[in-house]
Write a protein that binds this ligand. Structure first.
Ligand code: DAH
Length: 366
């Protein structure tokens, strides 16, 4: 049976039934029993689109309902009024059902969007995880602070050097045995990574002349095989004080004040005669162990003393290399290992821990 075989009333009925069959899945969005709040925003939007298609199909220009409307003029005049009313009722019924479902879907979508876009002010905040300073930096800052308070300036100088600054100007001429333990890394252009911060003594004196009081913390490099107490890159802090009438007493006073501030006022110092080409006389400086106060423990290897670094009175040749008259000016200098001191304070068995950048280790210094 084709559509044209049906009576006009049957055609209206068929159009309504076809609509109702397809509308059944949207029935849950109409009436008081509409229980659809568990619908996700995405699903509700998909349903809305499907409903719009359904509306076009069953109420549009090419719909069966539209065809029925055209039939009104063709039915017998006696049946026209009642047929017209039937078409009208069906049209209103279909449109109302669609409209109800559409309204309901709209409100579901709107509240889902509101919920999505709203901020729950009761959710605990995400804790920021700020970084922190490296233990060597912390150590360096403590050293800087002490010397700045004693009137020293902090110099930050180059790490790539010429032989002149790393050796010659420091009274270590070519062929001098003191060059051997400080073998370093050379570039093909004749530059080298500095093997000691003593280079900054020369730069500072050339730049500033005398008098001068400076410290120079920084990286130094040597051709060393890494082991628990060595690393090819490490940190030193150089100190230099040049003025008229500077004596060994100033050197001793300054370094003992330094260890008092770093480790406490009871800390003692000990100066052992030594040799450095750029100082005369020279001395190694020790301080009494901060842990056992000199009695002897694991940290000071049971000697009661810990080595701080080298020091001495600036050699006249070094002053001359920087165009300072050794007859007018004298000075003292010292060089300390920052990471070595750091390793002692934190009781690290292996200095390489400081350079591995393992956050599990570093986090302990937060
Ligand atoms: N530059 C020396 C080194 O790396 C340390 C040093 C010793 C520095 C004595 C000085 C000093 O200024 O007077 O081993």
């Amino acid at each position: 049976m084709t559509v044209s075989d049906q009576s006009p009333v049957q055609q209206v009925e068929a159009a309504r039934e076809a609509f109702e069959r397809e509308f059944e899945r949207f029935a849950r969005f109409t009436g008081a029993a509409a229980s659809t709040t568990d619908l996700s925003l995405k699903d509700a939007e998909a349903e809305q689109r499907a409903l719009a298609e359904l509306r076009a199909k069953h109420t549009g220009k090419k719909s069966a309902l539209a065809a029925c409307k055209k039939l009104i003029g063709r039915v017998a005049p006696g049946e026209r009024a009642s047929f017209g009313q039937l078409v009208q009722r069906t049209d209103v019924g279909i449109n109302e059902s669609i409209e109800n479902a559409d309204q309901r879907l709209k409100s579901i979508i709107e509240s889902a969007r509101t919920e999505r876009d709203s901020i729950d002010v009761t959710i605990p905040g995400r804790r920021p995880r700020p970084g922190h300073l490296h233990p060597i930096t912390l150590m360096r800052q403590r050293i800087d602070d002490i010397f700045v308070s004693l009137g020293y300036i902090v110099e930050d100088d180059r790490e790539i050097e010429t032989d002149f600054y790393n050796f010659d100007a420091l009274n270590i001429p070519e062929g001098h045995p003191a060059r051997d333990p400080q073998d370093t890394f050379y570039t093909t252009e004749g530059f080298a990574l500095r093997s000691q911060t003593s280079t900054v003594q020369i730069h500072a004196m050339q730049r500033r002349g005398a008098p001068v009081r400076m410290i120079a913390p920084g990286r130094v490099f040597r051709r060393d095989t890494p082991d628990p107490t060595h690393n090819p890159m490490f940190f030193q802090v150089e100190g230099l004080c040049v003025d008229r009438g500077i004596t060994m007493a100033h050197l001793k006073g300054t370094l003992s004040e330094f260890v008092h501030r770093l480790f406490g006022p009871a800390t003692e110092t000990r100066f052992r005669p030594s040799y450095f080409p750029f100082t005369e006389p020279s001395a190694e400086v020790d301080y009494s162990c901060f842990n056992c106060a000199g009695k002897g423990c694991r940290i000071c290897k049971h000697s009661g003393w810990i080595e701080l670094g080298g020091s001495g009175m600036v050699h006249p040749n070094v002053l001359r290399a920087a165009n300072i008259d050794p007859d007018e000016f004298t000075g003292f200098a010292f060089g300390l290992g920052i990471d070595r001191t750091c390793a002692r304070i934190y009781q690290l068995d292996d200095i390489r821990l400081l350079f591995e950048n393992d956050v599990r280790f570093l986090e302990q210094f937060r």
